[in-house]
Design a protein around this ligand. Structure first.
Ligand code: S6P
Ligand code: ZN
Length: 189
């Protein structure tokens, strides 16, 4: 028989961090070295001894059962490598069909969505905006502002994460800031 899961509530503090979480992940530039377009600049920064934190994830994970949700607060710092804005790795969900909801809590951001045919969509993910990610779309958040971008994600706890395709192929578009404007351009890689 399936174990009964009790309802529960977790408070977010004034910085939108959950007061209780199971796991905290800290992703640094060295973890994303293959993903930024200007790998030469990444290696230059790393070889100078710096390895800036790009984002942190505070996960409220539940057991991977059908119908159960997990959630996470992500704090994505502002910055660029060359003219490419800082982003999260991005992933497909392993299990189909599993969608997700992102809720913008602070800052200015975009959500890049890529389907299995590498077709790109983009959604705005500023403070106060709620983005619905359909199943079968890889998703990546991009901070296009000067402040921390914070969002809450809510996803089926049995979704799983497939990072491999994105690590191998990247997204077909990247988000850059050029001459004061935010633009989506073809990934030159
Ligand atoms: C999980 C959800 C988010 C991300 C987080 C970090 O399905 O999409 O909690 O895990 O924003 O992004 P990534 O791509 O490194 O997992
Ligand atoms: Zn996801």
């Amino acid at each position: 028989m399936r174990r009964k899961i009790k309802p529960f509530c977790i408070e977010l503090n004034e910085n939108w961090m959950p007061r209780r979480y199971n796991k905290k992940l800290q992703i640094k530039l060295s973890d994303l070295r293959k993903l930024f377009c200007r790998r030469d600049l990444v290696e230059e920064i790393l070889s100078s001894g710096e390895d800036p934190v790009i984002y942190e994830v505070y996960q409220i994970s539940q057991s991977p059962s059908e119908g159960v949700f997990s959630a996470a607060t992500t704090v994505l710092y502002p910055g660029k490598i060359g003219d490419e804005y800082y982003f999260t790795k991005g992933h497909f969900h392993l299990k189909e069909p599993r969608g997700e909801v992102y809720i913008g809590l602070a800052g200015r951001g975009l959500l890049l969505l890529q389907d299995r045919n590498r077709k790109i969509d983009k959604l705005s993910l500023n403070k106060g905006e709620v983005a619905f990610i359909p199943p079968n779309y890889a998703h990546r958040a991009v901070n296009i502002g000067d402040e921390k971008m914070v969002f809450l994600s809510i996803y089926p706890s049995d979704a799983g994460h497939d990072y491999e395709i994105i690590e191998r192929e990247g997204f077909s578009k990247i988000v850059v800031g050029r001459k004061g404007k935010v633009a989506l351009v073809d990934n030159p890689k």
